[in-house]
Design a protein. Structure first.
Length: 341
């Protein structure tokens, strides 16, 4: 992870960053303008003086790994979600188990599911070479989430930074707070509202499932026994294709299905179109348009208007990224994201 091997491309990456972050891909992608509002104690351009190369280095890594493995963009975006849903956005998710505590990586929503930790390690390693003990792991997760959306064709936004890293983790809260793939609409809404996120945030942030994949074990309950007739626009052909995909005895743990069957690697509004067609992969996805769901009309509006979805996604990501950050003298700036100093 020597910085020298990236020096030849830094000028190009810098120019690209200016376009992506300040113009949000401009009219070429028809993305809405970047957000520049301050999110409480956090602020944009937090490292402008202390580590001006920080966001350049982070973006270069995200672009590289996403080119090598397009699925990685969704995986990195998901890390930020799973971190923020447990005691706030404090990088507790990244901590390995110690004799003092059990980390969150082995919690049910995370075990054999989350990936991309080695990418965060590589980013942190480069940042420590350039500006030691300056950039927090929590801020890396927030920036990586934004950049993963951008390299997938979605909108950019000004990431509010200034978070510090936690000194411990909370496996119990990870098991309790993170919405499961089989959650119904009431459970989903309750978990989001517990964190101060509303119905609009819940639907908008669920749109992150427009990229990525899930194991058969995540949606196998939809394929067993009687079919849930509460699903709006039930698509028997789609469910039949999933049954065929996951029919092998080893498929539940090893076989992956795309969350968006139309544009699986592109960040767009196709996820919402799929829900209306009964082609949401997870039960928690399809629950958004279940009978009497308060989210149905919003899903329809996003299916019709991608720009509206992009704008709301920007807003909700900034809002989620501001959940209970550690500030001032709380926590620390970890030298390695997997362990406290």
């Amino acid at each position: 992870f020597k910085m020298t091997k990236y020096l030849p491309c830094f000028l190009f990456v810098l120019r690209l960053l200016v376009i992506l972050l300040c113009l949000c891909m401009g009219d070429a992608l028809k993305s809405p303008e970047c957000l520049d509002d301050n999110n409480g104690p956090l602020k944009a351009n937090f490292y402008e003086s202390s580590c001006p190369e920080a966001e350049i280095i982070i973006f270069a890594w995200v672009e590289k790994v996403a080119m090598e493995d397009p699925r990685m963009a969704a995986s990195l975006l998901r890390l930020h979600f799973h971190d923020c849903f447990v005691n706030g956005c404090d990088a507790s998710l990244l901590l390995d188990d110690t004799t003092a505590f059990v980390g969150e990586k082995t919690a049910a929503p995370n075990l054999n599911s989350l990936r991309g930790f080695e990418v965060i390690d590589a980013i942190k390693c480069d940042l420590e070479l350039v500006c030691p003990e300056i950039v927090s792991c929590a801020d890396i997760l927030a920036a990586v989430a934004r950049d993963s959306v951008v390299v997938s064709g979605g909108p950019g936004w000004d990431v509010q930074m200034g978070r510090r890293d936690s000194l411990t983790a909370n496996k119990t809260a990870a098991n309790t707070n993170i919405p499961g793939p089989n959650s119904d609409i009431a459970t989903l809404l309750a978990k989001f509202q517990k964190l101060g996120l509303n119905l609009n945030d819940m639907v908008t942030l669920s749109g992150a499932h427009t990229i990525g994949k899930a194991r058969c074990s995540s949606f196998n309950s939809r394929l067993q026994g009687s079919i849930n007739t509460d699903e709006a626009g039930l698509n028997l052909d789609f469910l039949s294709s999933l049954q065929q995909l996951c029919s092998d005895s080893q498929a539940e743990n090893n076989t992956l299905a795309v969350l968006d069957i139309v544009t699986p690697a592109t960040f767009d509004n196709q996820y919402f179109v799929n829900l209306i067609s009964g082609e949401g992969l997870l039960a928690s996805d399809q629950a958004l348009v279940s009978r009497d769901s308060p989210a149905r009309e919003l899903v329809k509006s996003y299916a019709d208007d991608m720009i509206s979805f992009f704008k709301d996604f920007q807003t909700s990501m900034v809002k989620m990224g501001g959940l209970n950050p550690l500030l001032g003298q709380d926590g620390e700036i970890r030298r390695k994201c997997r362990s406290v100093n």
